[in-house]
Design a protein around this ligand. Structure first.
Ligand SMILES: [Zn+2]
Length: 281
């Protein structure tokens, strides 16, 4: 499975190697259209206007139907921090992960339905405003009276290593300061998901758990958390790894650990399938 995932990761990475920031709108739109074309069918684009900027942004969504109407969202933001930050890890890596998961799930028989969603404008100046793609999407679902059973967000999943990193955060984690674990951030509403994760991941992937963690409000999880849905964020905890790369011009492909990232995605996929089979959500 990890090998198949690795091939898909390599196939999708070129889609996120171009500027994806509202200050370079032409390139941002081109990236959105390439990503849209790469989502499996049926797919749709939910567009919204920012009148101040005189620009239209697109939320990209693929829906995979299961036996049940109950649905799970698996999302990632596809914009970047600035026109000077390539954003290959933040959050090209999360986008690639969502595309891979959509592809893997496409032909599976599942109990639940799934919405694989790519959001624009998670980064400033949109962060935590009405113009954030995930806020627009949450409003769109609310208008349609659609409540997700869980929102899984993937934000930064490409920086891994066995090197010792003495960051304060990793010390706090008591993780012997290596960057070799997947951070699993969740709200209390997602406690039942964690119970299963504690059974599923040992022996497969090193996972560190953060209940009701502040960082849930630093990304697209925030609006779904605020509205009372179960939320989980998967991350490499990028701010604390690879000092000096996060939100800089050095967030490039050469710093991505493709094989570790592929391993993490394949275990996330296995975990989501497990949740589906057990009808946990
Ligand atoms: Zn991000």
């Amino acid at each position: 499975m990890a090998k198949i995932v690795e091939k898909l990761v390599e196939r999708y990475f070129p889609l996120v190697l171009m500027p994806r920031n509202y200050r370079e709108m032409k390139s941002f739109e081109q990236a959105a259209s390439n990503l849209f074309a790469s989502l499996p069918l049926p797919r749709r684009s939910i567009d919204y206007r920012d009148e101040n900027l005189n620009r239209t942004f697109s939320i990209l969504e693929h829906t995979k139907k299961g036996n049940l109407k109950k649905f799970i969202i698996i999302g990632a933001h596809y914009d970047t921090y600035s026109e000077n930050c390539p954003g290959v890890n933040d959050n090209g890596s999360g986008v690639v992960a969502v595309l891979v998961l959509a592809k893997l799930f496409r032909r599976l028989h599942t109990h639940y339905s799934y919405k694989f969603v790519l959001f624009p404008n998670e980064e400033p100046p949109f962060f935590r405003t009405k113009k954030m793609g995930s806020v627009q999407y949450a409003d769109h679902l609310r208008d349609k009276e659609l409540d997700p059973a869980c929102f899984f967000d993937i934000d930064c999943i490409g920086w891994w290593g066995e090197e010792i990193q003495n960051t304060a955060y990793q010390k706090k984690l008591n993780k012997d300061t290596k960057s070799n674990f997947l951070a699993f951030l969740y709200n209390n509403k997602a406690g039942h998901v964690v119970d299963h994760a504690l059974d599923y991941f040992p022996g497969k992937l090193e996972v560190a758990y953060f209940p009701e963690c502040d960082f849930l409000d630093m990304t697209d999880t925030f609006i779904f958390r605020e509205r009372g849905f179960p939320v989980v964020n998967f991350s490499d905890s990028a701010f604390f790894r690879k000092d000096g790369l996060y939100h800089t011009k050095h967030d490039t492909l050469e710093h991505i650990n493709i094989s570790a990232m592929s391993k993490a995605i394949s275990h996330i996929a296995g975990f989501l399938v497990h949740l589906d089979h057990e009808e946990v959500l």
